[in-house]
Write a protein that binds this ligand. Structure first.
Ligand SMILES: *Cc1c(COP(=O)(O)O)cnc(C)c1O
Length: 348
């Protein structure tokens, strides 16, 4: 059988030979003493790229969001967030557990946005009954969806008028930027900057579509990043010769942003390939994530699908709602094989 086609997540990528070479060549120091030149260079690079004064390299996106929320909020404060957002749903309740910061989750509209009227209605008055509403947290892309730039501008302007800070979980910010650049005819880096500048802080993952093995960065003002640095230390995220990892992230920023368009094209290829199967509803992907909902007879056969795919060397996740994610280590032949196996399964 030919190589595995792993469509579970864009986190599964292996560092490329060029990325490994960049890691091997990286000058290193002890970052807890701020003495790792490769970490410092990465932090300067991502801060400049997104238009912030400073950045902090952290091991994970989860820790990055935690550092952000605990730096924007105090005990007894709350943050407004979407039900499906990672920093509410998928991070073990860390902001509440470690920071005594209460989430105020809102339902998403079908395009992934949080309706402005709902945000406004969720902001608590200054009254002893209530937690203090301090922060609006958004995510882009959200489940692979690109939030419209006009929406980001309106929602963050509303938050600013109401005295809230604004945080973006941009784990897949560059997927958003590449998709937005395809719409505007602009440049992906410029679009990333435009999205980021709606916010007071932005978290970016290097270990998703950008293809680095480990790491995220949190960007913000110098003063904000100094607070986040303390939280990172408390969370056990002060790493030593972390330049080895920062060099991989830096290589990804230099070489792996524009190629995200290839992942987006492969996601469309996968979606198009599955279209028209009875009981198989495919959402047109905007970036690198394809969701497939199973109905009727297809739903009845769903339990056997993932084992059948795995037996053919294809990995995905989900049951009635399947998720396929394209990335650096998947090619058109792999996508076509996944499509053929699924067409065969549902036809048979
Ligand atoms: C993956 C992800 C994170 C967390 O990143 P980890 O490095 O896995 O902790 C945060 N937010 C979003 C939107 C993500 O997709």
């Amino acid at each position: 059988m030919s190589a595995m086609v792993d469509l579970r997540s864009d986190t599964v990528t292996q560092p490329t030979p060029a990325m490994r070479a960049a890691m091997a060549a990286a000058p290193l120091g002890d970052d807890v003493f701020a003495g790792d030149p490769s970490v410092n260079a990465l932090q300067d690079k991502i801060a400049a790229l997104l238009g912030f004064e400073a950045a902090l390299f952290v091991p994970t996106g989860t820790q990055s969001n935690l550092c952000a929320i605990l730096s924007h909020c105090q005990r007894g404060d709350e943050y407004i967030v979407g039900q499906q957002q990672h920093c509410y749903r998928w991070e073990g309740g860390g902001a509440a557990v470690f920071g005594s910061v209460q989430p105020q989750p809102l339902n998403h509209a079908t395009d992934g946005t949080l309706p402005l009227a709902d945000i406004e209605a969720a902001i608590k008055p200054d009254d002893a009954h209530f937690a203090r509403t301090r922060l609006l947290a958004l995510e882009n892309t959200l489940g692979g969806k690109l939030l419209p730039q006009a929406y980001l501008e309106e929602a963050t302007a509303l938050a600013r008028r109401q005295g809230l800070s604004r945080h973006l979980d941009g784990a897949r910010l560059f997927n958003a930027a590449v998709a937005q650049a395809a719409q505007t005819g602009g440049d992906a880096r410029a679009e990333a900057h435009r999205i980021a500048q709606c916010f007071d802080s932005v978290s970016v993952c290097f270990s998703k579509g950008l293809g680095a093995p480990v790491g995220s960065a949190l960007c913000g003002s110098r003063e904000f990043i100094a607070r986040a640095h303390r939280v990172r230390k408390m969370a056990g995220g002060g790493m030593r010769q972390a330049g080895l990892l920062a060099a991989a992230a830096s290589h990804a920023l230099d070489h792996h942003i524009d190629r995200l368009a290839d992942d987006h094209a492969l996601a469309r290829r996968l979606a198009d390939g599955l279209a028209g199967l009875p009981g198989v509803q495919v959402e047109a992907p905007q970036t690198n994530i394809v969701f497939v909902d199973l109905d009727g007879p297809a739903r009845d056969r769903s339990a056997g699908l993932l084992p059948h795919l795995a037996a053919q060397g294809i990995q995905a996740t989900g049951l009635y709602r399947l998720r396929f994610v394209t990335h650096l280590d998947v090619d058109a032949a792999g996508v076509d094989r996944a499509v053929a196996v699924m067409r065969d399964y549902f036809a048979g």
